[in-house]
Design a protein around this ligand. Sequence first.
Ligand code: ADP
Ligand code: MG
Length: 718
Amino acid sequence: MVVKSQAGNRVRLKSQIFIDSLNNEKILSHFDKEFFSFRVNKKCKSIVFVFDEALTSLEKILEDLNLLFPLSLPYVSSYTNEDGHCYSCTSCSSCSIGKNEGVSWNAKLITFGLLSCYSIYIFVAETFLGITIVASPFSLVAIVSIVAALPLFKESIESLKQSKFTLQTFMSGTLLLAIFFGEATAAFEIIYILRGGMLLEEYIAEKSKKEIHKLIELDIKKAYILVDDIELEVDLDEVKEGDIVVSRSGEKIPVDGFIKSGSAEIDEALINGRSEPAFKQSGAEVFANTYVEKGRIYIEVSATGADTYISRVISKVELSLLEKSPSELEADRLASKLLKLGTALTAGTFFITGSYLRAFSVMIVMSCPCATVLAASTAISAGISRATKDGILIKGGEYLEKVSQSEAFCFDKTGTLTTGKPIVQEVVLGLNVDEKTLFEFASLAEYRNTHPIATAIIEHAKQIGALFDEGYSSEIVPGLGVMASKDKEVILVGNKKFLNNNRISVKDFEDRANKFLSKGETVAYVTFGSEILGFITFKHEVRLGTIKMLDDLRQRGVKHLVLLTGDDEKVANSFAKEYGFDEVYSNLMPEGKADIIDELKKKYKNVVMIGDGVNDTIAMSRADVAVSFASGGSEAAIEISNVAITHSHPDDVVNLYDISKKSLKVVNQNYWIGTSTNLGGVALASVGLLSPVSAGAIHLGHTIGIMANSSRLTWYQN
Ligand code: ADP
Ligand code: MG
């Protein structure tokens, strides 16, 4: 047990025993009187408590804890690595860089280093010193090979127990036979290459994970929290929901939360790709890992650590990395076929030539179809990690592969192709209504809404001093608008269809509204009871690079570009014409968008849906690949998406397409490298032109070749 930190009577302890809830209950009941507060953080295996200094001291508490848990081991630093990441899982952001296997990376590296020294010794001794290395079953080489192969033997015994003949069994058999026939040097070579290959593969996988992890790495480990008006420096993992955290100019915000007081210019490029810093003040939401450029804010914490918005998005990506993509699955199937082929070729060579040495060389060449497996997995990991560098988070190799195999791309309009920030353009008022009144009602309804139109209304209302929040309960109707009510009063803000659905006729306003709609502006009516107070028109700013993105996609072979929008027909048509879509659907409800995706799937191979809002989620879930634009988009859309484009640049869609295409190309090249060397090796070995030792060298050659080819993806510049 260790005392991780102490600030006055606030203490954080760390130990294995805190993982068990029963232990924590025991602690709580024992110190019931002495503790003011008590909190458990299982992930960090720690407890944080504030004790009553009048009743006890830290020494006394530690003494009591030792009596309560007499067998509890002293704290051993290997429970977590230096970065504080635990070993318990392979995929979550909080611990992924820790090695999950029992043996640490360093230990593996040292073992491999020793094996390398030994192999150099053999080479030098035989080639330059004229020493003959004894390779009999009881020689030093044989013993070293067996020790180095112990993990492999263990795995093959496990699979034999389940009556399975696996790659490991085949390789173990090869090794033992080699040693038995006095070819211990070849055996050593196989195991040496195998371990080197495994180390390399692990390195590439870890590298992709680290790349992803870099996005959420917080270099700050401390935070300042406000306790009784005093700023107290505490460990970041001690901060809890409801605390007030202080962030100042030049600092990264360590938590998710809402600004309680103060104001600041915040660089949120990581979350939404906006290059301009956003000015935020009291009430606004802020996110962990964004950067305070200027100002000072007091943040009421809503989420910390792995619960923050960016951590959740990233941990999804990491989790899905564990799932295999179609070409990885294909590689696995191919590898198991090669295994059978290897066995047959080995037996065939022996029966035809009668030479065990030749059969043996064939066996060595075929004993490692790992190159086939690596062919796909290294390329896909490298592709995903390359995309991550540009802020494109791909939740699984499957989606990376499908993007460039898609023939139809569907785009939502508002928030996706247009920026999430429409601008209030015109206000058309009903009789006896002024602009301020109109916006007072509109803001009452939209206050808690995050739809781009709602944000524009709130912003404008603020500017003209008409912002009100009187606790109306509001219901958002995706694709239509918002209905707010308090007692019997009802306010509607939304489009014509929304009003019609609620039996309010827009007859008196329609002609005037149409004028704006055909200019491409969106119209939102505001009603109170059954009276229309007026309407507001919004101009949408289209994201820079939209036309180029559509052109580029078409050039690359995308057959069908579709616009799907909940907006009015006139707006949609003028938009689609300007940007050259093949097809446009307007006035769509969320289910309508989904139905169109289903129809398109019948006609085109793989359909991609790119959206940003709640109203896009059903369609996204039906598409073969769902892409979300994270900029100001809804969390639901980001959650459901297979790919999240965090910077929201239209260019990134093309970039994603290119990375997808390149990755598939590299997978194919890798297959060629692997298969051709294998076949060539077998041919040479069967006619006696390849010794067991050179057969081993072939493995090294193509494994390195495949790794090098995949790593090209990481450096590739778009
Ligand atoms: P898109 O499909 O292009 O992203 P949406 O489905 O989000 O558009 O919205 C469709 C239409 O519904 C908008 O153009 C607007 O008229 C209306 N609407 C949706 N939400 C709101 C809201 N919160 N306030 C006012 N109007 C809204
Ligand atoms: Mg939208």
